[in-house]
Design a protein around this ligand. Sequence first.
Ligand SMILES: N[C@@H](CCC(=O)N[C@@H](CS)C(=O)NCC(=O)O)C(=O)O
Length: 267
Amino acid sequence: MADDRPTGLKASKGIELLTWGTPNGWKASILLEELKEAYGTEYTWQGINISQNIQKEPWFTKLGPNGRIPVIVDHDQGGFAVQEGLAILAYLTRHYDPDHKFSFVDPLDISRSEQWMSWQHGGLGPMQGQANHFNRFAKERIAYGMQRYTGETERLVGVLDNHLKDKEYLVGNKFSIADIANFGWCNMLRVSGIDLESFPNVKAWTERILARPAVQRGIEIPSKSPFGNDTYQQKLKDDKEFAQKEEELAKQIKDAKEQYGYKYASP
Ligand SMILES: N[C@@H](CCC(=O)N[C@@H](CS)C(=O)NCC(=O)O)C(=O)O
């Protein structure tokens, strides 16, 4: 509705989150929900419908020059704005996680968490994003792109699976911003054409994280998304037409892999 279309900031104190229900958006909303539960830190959010290109409007790009969600604005720091998931997670924990419940004190653990967050930014996010693009949104089905990006996503998930072999969480045996950065993308692996059953450590880790009430609330901001692994699986059961279309897509991806001689290898 036109009335609901944000045209500027609406809060005057605390953190204001500008977001949409996507893996990158979830990073910020999950941490904000966790901080709220742990410390009572209140925040405000506005839904930025990316299909309406609100993120490209001048009022938005003044805050987030890249024209993408998520962006946070800290009204208690003179309206300081932060774009990019990693920078948002780092900013929020630096300012609002005094007990380091979701972040680290040990410099080596800080480095470990930076490494897994960078890995998500430079690897998993962009590759899986392109897999979604070539498999689902491209006007033509281009076999080379489909197998290239789905294959690269699979390779990266293999890296994560191997790292999680003997661990509950990515760094320091505790749930942290490193897990939050990566969880959102893994929570939609099924939609991206990845067989989660082949990666049991990643599957168990996503289920462990999904069991957290703050995570469940975080992924429903601004509203429940159809991309989550569970929602997707349920839809396959409930909607025969959808299941058939998904089966056809899975076959196209499989054929594309065969056409270019793709073989799974990780790392
Ligand atoms: N590296 C950024 C990526 C942000 C990003 O790509 N956001 C997407 C949604 S997942 C977006 O805003 N897309 C809208 C557009 O491309 O205009 C981050 O991690 O925050």
